[in-house]
Design a protein around this ligand. Structure first.
Ligand code: ADP
Ligand code: MG
Length: 547
């Protein structure tokens, strides 16, 4: 089959009409000639004889006919030409069409769905190619460009995705670790022309704020903000910064408190220094360990060192370190602030010094007891809040508390009378009330009872001195009555026996009321005379109890 001249190849019959091109041929009706003649009416036909000039279309050409009308009207030819034209116009589409889907030999055309999908994809690709062309045409060389990207039909995952693959073997770059945002130079912006980004750019600022969180204290967990590409607004960042700083200060304070307290078994640096000096001076040989950690003190055992000119150091010592965590002492204020010996000083002291006063108080009370011959630790030295005294016990083993030891009934009775006498001595000779006397603060050592823990002991004329004494008496009575000592006085009898007072009330409520009345009388005396009673008047010497 022959081919039409070039002009005629511009498409099949449909194409000619649709594009509105100037028809090359006049309407058939205008020149009553046969179709072949019309078809042969080539533009290059030369002038003919005169008769021929009557016809405006000139003489029919004598050239041989290259194709028939049937050929021209052939649907098949039209298709062929159409395809040829498209190939020229959309080369990339054709290339795609050459893929396995369309031309492959293994193509399965039995499935309608598959075919439909293939056609759809083909259509989408064509559509996208058209979009790209239009995009290019509209944008031209303009600096402002528009994009039809969102209108594309073929989705990214249909296209070649090899670029997205991560090379997992390459460990030099962690794909999940985002780079830190670059800093903005001093001039305040980066980039050129339309790509300028200033330091006020919201995204840049946000990323920078996220990166700056790394400067917070290490214990302040900020998470992987950079990895998440978090963009913190200035407001949020500032609030976080404020919080981080106050957290840092708080933890520093906590740390400091810890360092300055003798909480638990640890001692603060100042106490450590005091102990170190004691060992260094040779007064103590070695501090072996902790005997007890109470609410208000920590007690250590130490081996005594060399005796000095004026002091004999016991072979074993107990070191009582008064805790400098002040809270524990709050409820003990009443013992000291009303004690006339410390009253004037109390109000002027800071809490740290008040704690030293507890140690001082214990030392004074022990000395008084020692002088009266009451079995109790002997004071070695007092340094600030650290009191060194003789150790009650042996070979680092402290004597058991009365509550922990099982005594024979004989020893129990012996212990009871000893305590009764010690309480009388304490009251009369030492002018003291223990104020925390119980089986917890009495040790059994060398076949006798030793009194310890006398930092809270007060004089009987303390505004609550008699109440404290009554409480001591109750503790002692109950312990020995329960312990099977038949001779044990009840608390009221014991109180009278110790104090020499003769309160006659036969029940506890009235008894306590009388005690408080006496205390009030004493207070009034202080108010009126500016000084306390030297002692509570009694009806005579209290009876001496003996086994
Ligand atoms: P706290 O006020 O903490 O009760 P204590 O003076 O009662 O302080 O001492 C606590 C414990 O330490 C006592 O129960 C006792 O076991 C032991 N202890 C204290 N002083 C001595 C000492 N001189 N010798 C032996 N052990 C002691
Ligand atoms: Mg105690």
């Amino acid at each position: 089959m022959g081919r039409l001249p070039a002009a005629g190849t511009r498409g099949g019959p449909g194409r000619l009409r649709s594009r509105g091109e100037t028809p090359l041929l006049p309407p058939a009706a205008a020149c009553p000639m046969d179709a072949v003649g019309v078809a042969a009416a080539a533009p290059d036909a030369g002038p003919g004889p005169a008769w021929q000039s009557k016809c405006p279309w000139g003489a029919p050409s004598t050239t041989s006919i290259s194709c028939s009308l049937a050929d021209v009207m052939s649907e098949e030819l039209a298709k062929e030409l159409q395809l040829e034209e498209e190939n020229a116009a959309f080369p990339e589409v054709v290339a795609a069409a050459e893929g396995p889907f369309i031309t492959g030999e293994n193509i399965d055309t039995s499935s309608d769905l598959m075919l439909a999908q293939m056609l759809q994809m083909e259509f989408d690709r064509e559509y996208d190619a058209q979009l790209r062309r239009e995009e290019k045409k509209i944008n031209g060389d303009s600096k402002v460009s528009i994009s039809f990207e969102n209108y594309r039909k073929v989705h990214p995952y249909d296209s070649d995705s090899s670029e997205d693959e991560v090379d997992w073997q390459d460990t030099r770059h962690d794909p999940y670790r985002a780079d830190k945002p670059t800093t903005t130079p001093r001039r305040g912006f980066i980039g050129k022309g339309k790509d300028i980004t200033t330091k006020h750019d919201e995204v840049v600022c946000g990323r920078k704020n996220t990166a700056r969180m790394e400067n917070f204290a290490p214990e302040f967990q900020v998470g992987d903000g950079i990895g998440m590409d978090l963009k913190l607004s200035n407001q949020v960042f500032n609030a976080l910064k404020q919080h981080a700083y106050s957290e840092e200060r708080r933890s520093a304070r906590l740390h400091e408190k810890k360092e300055h307290s003798t909480a638990e078994k640890a001692v603060d640096p100042k106490t450590r220094l005091l102990l170190y000096k004691m060992v260094n001076s040779g007064m103590l040989e070695t501090i072996t360990g902790c005997i007890s950690t109470g609410k208000e003190s920590v007690v250590f055992h130490a081996y005594g060192g060399n005796a000095t000119e004026d002091k004999v150091i016991p072979p074993e010592c107990a070191i009582k370190v008064f805790k400098t965590t002040l809270n524990e002492f709050k409820n003990r204020d009443k013992y000291i602030k009303d004690d006339y010996r410390f009253k004037d000083r109390f109000s002027k002291l800071n809490p740290r010094k008040i704690i030293r006063m507890w140690a001082e108080k214990e030392m004074h009370n022990l000395t008084r007891m020692q002088n009266a011959g009451i079995p109790c630790p002997q004071v070695v030295i007092l340094k600030k809040h650290v009191l060194v005294m003789s150790f009650i016990g042996q070979d680092q083993v402290p004597a058991p508390k009365l509550k922990d030891v099982t005594l024979s009934s004989e020893d129990m009775k012996k212990a009871y009378y000893q305590i009764l006498n010690m309480m009388q001595q304490l009251y009369r000779e030492c002018n003291l009330v223990h104020a925390d006397l119980s089986e917890y603060n009495m040790l059994w050592h060398d076949g006798k009872v030793w009194l310890i823990d006398v930092s809270q002991s007060v004089e009987p004329t303390h505004p609550h001195g008699l109440e404290f004494l009554f409480r001591d008496c109750r503790n002692v009575s109950q312990f020995f009555q329960k312990g099977g000592v038949a001779e044990a006085l009840n608390e009221r009898e014991l109180f009278n026996a110790v104090s020499g007072l003769n309160i006659t009330a036969d029940n506890e409520v009235d008894f306590q009321a009388e005690i408080e009345a006496l205390e009030k009388m004493n207070e009034d005396h202080v108010q009126n005379h500016g000084k306390k009673l030297s002692t509570f008047s009694s009806d005579g010497d209290p009876p001496i109890y003996d086994e």
